[in-house]
Write a protein that binds this ligand. Structure first.
Ligand code: SAH
Length: 394
């Protein structure tokens, strides 16, 4: 097995069980590891730190599988970790419906591996060289652990490029999934396209926030910006919203939103959809002096890297400023950022600046984050990517 010798400055992070080793943390590589192969990790004095997987082309040169010298990285290791991830979620499954995240990558001790379950199908993303290396063994464990009809791969995420891996999608095992799968989120049904939908098909990470929103929606005039297939829109209607306007730039998303509304027999007279750019539509509403009682802003990731934080901050400020101006006095804003590079304090500052520029007072009613089947390992703060604020604007 090849060995990575680590600079003394990087030892602290590994001793605190942070799973990433950046290229500048490596003093020397003993041996010639292949992409994804298991490497030993040591201090320059020869103290063992753990075993990880090697990523030759990434800035993150290795991701740790274990810090235990006795642990062997074999198919048995993956079976144990996958079983553990499933057990950790057993209490959530019956509560939350038929779709949930089974494995949340680094935060479940399996760097680069995402697995979501939609009824009888598992949808996987192999986003690191290590996860890719063990793909066949992971699939074999999943078949053994889950009574499922099929496993589908959605490794078409940007992260693959950073690892030097090509994008891959398609069936990995079992039956080909149908084009649309009907899942249940509590008692609301959604059609999910796991083959071509965003991420693995659905934004499971917003489940709890959608449920919370429904408790604020009664008799409200709601505006759902970046609606995708209508997650927040349907929950608002379920909560008794007087009307819900949904905006998304994607035609497929809007078509599926309408299908989801009919699937749940939602009253068509309360639903308006606009297949438009939110940045433009918010300005149109401002110019027309339109007002809403409750607005949701759940944009895509504006900051893909640390370098784009400033530009992303301007984008978040722009939509938050426009939305705050559109709110009736006492109105609520559910505002989110799923950019890991935008920290919760920075996001709060952006929203606060937006309120000041809009000339409105506001208070935080609740801090929001990703659903609890997307946990964050304490030693991996980067795992907290989705943050949100429920604010009341006066
Ligand atoms: N809230 C949704 C998920 C939103 S994902 C849910 O709970 O399911 C972000 C959405 O923003 C995507 O559907 C994408 O198509 C849309 N989008 C991206 N840029 C946009 C823009 N400029 N205007 C409108 N929609 C946009």
């Amino acid at each position: 097995m090849a060995t990575l010798i680590i600079n003394s400055s990087a030892e602290k992070s590994l001793n605190r069980h942070h799973p990433w080793i950046f290229s500048n943390a490596i003093k020397k590589i003993k041996g010639a590891p292949e992409s994804g192969e298991t490497v030993g990790v040591q201090t320059s004095k020869g103290h063992f730190l753990g075993y990880g997987s090697f990523s030759p082309q990434s800035k993150i040169k290795a991701r740790m599988w274990t810090f235990d010298p006795e642990e062997l990285i074999t198919p048995v290791f993956f079976r144990k970790k996958l079983k553990l991830a499933l057990e950790k979620r057993k209490h959530l499954m019956f509560l939350q419906g038929s779709a949930f995240r089974v494995v949340n990558a680094e935060s479940d001790g399996l760097p680069g591996l995402i697995i979501d379950k939609y009824n009888d199908y598992l949808v996987c993303q192999f986003l690191s060289c290590g996860a890719e290396f063990w793909k066949a063994d992971i699939v074999a464990c999943l078949i053994e652990l889950f009574p499922i009809a099929g496993i589908y791969e959605r490794s078409d995420n940007d992260g693959r490029e950073k690892e030097g891996l090509s994008q891959q999608t398609g069936g990995l095992w079992g039956k080909e999934p149908p084009d649309l799968i009907e899942i249940k989120e509590h008692d609301i049904s959604f059609w999910v396209n796991i083959k071509t939908g965003h991420k693995t098909g659905f934004y499971l990470d917003q489940r709890e926030n959608r449920e919370l929103l429904s408790t604020y929606a009664k008799e409200k005039k709601v505006l759902n910006c970046f609606s995708y297939t209508g997650g927040f829109s349907l929950w608002a209607l379920k909560g008794g919203a007087a009307s819900v306007t949904s905006i998304d730039i994607s035609e497929e998303a809007i078509t599926l939103l309408q299908k989801n509304a009919s699937l749940n027999n939602m009253p068509p007279e309360r639903i308006t959809v606009r297949c438009e750019d939110v940045f433009h539509t918010l300005r149109k509403f401002r110019d027309a002096a339109d007002q809403f009682d409750l607005i949701i802003l759940d944009p895509p990731k504006f900051a893909a890297s640390g370098q784009s934080v400033q530009k992303a901050a301007r984008g978040y400020k722009d939509i938050n400023l426009l939305a705050i101006k559109l709110l009736t006095p006492g109105g609520y804003l559910f505002t989110f950022s799923c950019s890991g590079h935008i920290t919760p304090p920075l996001f709060q500052k952006i929203v606060s600046d937006a309120a000041i520029d809009a000339g409105r007072d506001a208070q935080i009613v609740k801090q929001l984050h990703q659903a609890d089947d997307h946990p964050v390992a304490l030693n991996f703060p980067e795992g907290l990517y989705l943050k949100g604020l429920l604010i009341r604007v006066f």
